[in-house]
Unconditional design. Structure first.
Length: 325
């Protein structure tokens, strides 16, 4: 795959942090995923609307600081599950990726990464006020990403995990993170969802089937998880790079996937991989604001997600974002 010139092409929208040094391609291998044409950020032709803020309201203030951590949290809805955690620096370098269990363990790992400027992307419901059914943001994800099999699980207060608030909100509050995506605070958290993000970032025809479900055997799960690993490694060449190849923890994860003798071996690292996806969504949201949308609102709940140009236009045409422009 050829590396595009990033220093003068008129197609590129330069959304960088002040003092952010021009990136160098990561020294990491790339994948040969079936049908894969390269990250969207490398191939997209600039559209007439790329300079607009599409209502994402995502951390514009972080562009003005010289150091920020992008943190991914694949949070278990209840405290008995495993939570994946990942941290990426302002250059897109993966600093750490791991798993934790209890709230106390999660807090302990997160605290050093969120002490200063940060965007924490949490894959778990943050705001749940509906007694039954879907949240409006989940319905929006289903409308725009359902054809890609990337709809959400319903979150409502009839679920004991959400009857008295959400775990994601409690963690964000305990760490002093602002959960409003339109806020100008330098430390905040947003809700994300990896499945539609992966579809949009890599322009896939459907989700990757790496989650264990009936009818999916070990070989399928392994091949799909390795495909995701390859796609993430390919982001070393993207317009908004992610550099995972030099991380010993990442290498341990890839080795575990290749060597897993059963589905349990894949489940042990799946959450960590999802956490890396979440951390990248956070970084992408800062540097490619025109290519993300906030579906939903702060009252009923929202999900921040990357979008393809087509999905972005479809969402904007209904939401009326451009009426004032």
């Amino acid at each position: 795959m050829a590396i595009r010139e990033h220093t003068g092409g008129s197609w590129r929208v330069v959304n960088t942090l002040a003092g952010f040094e021009p990136w160098l391609p990561c020294r990491t291998q790339t994948s040969a995923s079936p049908g894969y044409r390269g990250p969207t950020a490398l191939r997209r032709v600039r559209s007439a609307t790329d300079d607009r803020d599409h209502g994402s309201g995502v951390l514009a203030s972080l562009r003005e600081v010289s150091r920020v951590h992008y943190v991914g949290v694949d949070l278990a809805w209840g405290e008995k599950g495993t939570t994946g955690l990942a941290a990426v620096d302002e250059d897109g370098v993966l600093l750490d990726v791991t798993e934790r269990g209890s709230d106390e363990e999660i807090h302990g790992w997160l605290q050093p990464w969120v002490a200063d400027n940060c965007l924490v992307a949490i894959d778990a419901p943050m705001i749940v006020n509906n007694l039954t059914g879907n949240r409006p943001c989940e319905s929006l994800i289903g409308k725009h990403f359902g054809p890609f099999n990337a709809s959400c699980h319903s979150a409502n207060m009839s679920n004991p995990n959400f009857a008295h608030g959400t775990r994601a909100r409690r963690i964000a509050d305990a760490l002093g993170l602002d959960i409003d995506p339109a806020s100008s605070a330098p430390r905040r958290a947003v809700e994300v969802y990896p499945h539609p993000a992966i579809v949009a970032l890599f322009e896939l025809p459907s989700i990757l089937r790496y989650k264990a479900k009936p009818g999916r055997d070990l070989d399928l799960l392994r091949s799909e998880l390795l495909r995701l690993i390859g796609l993430l490694e390919d982001l070393s060449l993207a317009d908004v790079p992610l550099c995972v190849g030099q991380s010993a923890a990442w290498q341990h994860i890839t080795d575990a996937v290749r060597g897993a003798s059963g589905k349990a071996g894949l489940r042990r690292v799946e959450d960590s991989i999802d956490a890396v996806v979440c951390a990248y969504i956070a970084r992408y949201a800062i540097h490619k604001r025109e290519s993300v949308r906030v579906m939903g609102d702060l009252t009923s709940g929202y999900i921040l997600t990357p979008v393809t140009p087509e999905i972005g236009l479809a969402f904007d045409s209904v939401s009326g974002i451009h009426k004032a422009q």
